[in-house]
Design a protein around this ligand. Structure first.
Ligand code: ZN
Length: 267
């Protein structure tokens, strides 16, 4: 009997899910809080190569195919999702423009894709890391020591008004989105552990400037260390790039289901 009740319950859930899925194909209204627009941000590009791997491969040329594959997976899954890439080719896009695009396009989720390299004084490191914005550490002088910020500062003049203006804005929405960003990052971690050969180094918070401007749940994935032989081989390979993209895609799908359901209850 219990089994029948369970089957009936599952049936009811799947019917509800079907109705719900159909409902998501309607255009988004201003009050609709579901995820319709995903912003994919492949780091660096053009004159900014990002970090360089042991074999001489550039970070910018690894994160772009990962971002493109992620876009393709999402487009195949969702007819009604708008997927925006901050860059689709090897071009230099200013940091300010990345956040601006995300907001102008009405993004509901922002994923920045990068690869790491150990600092010269550090021992060999391997693994992926997922970052959330830490507003308390956004201080301009201090966070120039962060590798990703250093690349930006090197290639683009970041004035202190950009930092201070966006810091105020970020403090307003951080309360609303930090919990979602945390949830999303732990889902990505689980999927990357399951779906790739790169080990996890964990979830962190840092003062990454690129996470300052987007007014939506936002995370940055450092997919692995190009300064590590094993990570680099994997990150350079088609299979590795595909597995990373697919894992992030699965995480977006899972997070969207969760987020949409939660927000539909609040209507
Ligand atoms: Zn980077």
């Amino acid at each position: 009997m219990k089994k029948i009740i369970l089957i009936l319950s599952l049936l009811a859930i799947s019917i509800t899910a079907t109705i719900f899925t159909n409902k998501t194909s309607t255009p988004q209204s201003a009050s609709d809080k579901r995820i319709y627009t995903v912003i994919i941000d492949p780091g660096h590009g053009g004159k900014d190569p990002g970090t360089t791997g042991l074999s001489g491969v550039y970070e910018k040329n690894i994160v772009l195919p990962i971002g493109t594959k992620l876009k393709n997976y999402l487009s195949k899954e969702y007819d009604d999702m708008k997927i925006v890439m901050t860059r689709e080719k090897d071009e230099f896009i200013e940091l300010k423009k990345r956040g601006q695009t995300a907001n102008e396009q009405g993004g509901n989720l922002f994923v920045s894709i990068h690869c790491n390299a150990r600092k010269s004084e550090e021992n060999d490191k391997s693994g992926f890391e997922i970052y959330l914005l830490d507003l308390a550490r956004i201080d301009e002088a201090r966070d120039i020591t962060l590798e990703e910020n250093k690349f930006i500062a090197f290639n683009e003049k970041i004035d202190s008004s950009f930092i201070s203006k966006n810091k105020i804005l970020a403090s307003l929405y951080q309360q609303a989105y930090l919990g979602y960003s945390e949830r999303f990052s732990s889902i990505i971690e689980t999927e990357l552990i399951k779906g790739t050969r790169i080990p996890s180094r964990g979830l962190f918070q840092a003062g990454f400037w690129v996470l300052l401007a987007p007014s939506m749940p936002s995370i940055l994935v450092e997919c692995g260390y190009l300064s590590n032989n094993t990570d680099e081989e994997y990150l350079k390979s088609e299979k590795g790039q595909d597995e990373i993209a697919k894992s992030i895609f699965k995480a977006v799908r899972y997070f969207k289901m969760d987020y949409d359901f939660e927000n539909s209850l609040m209507d």
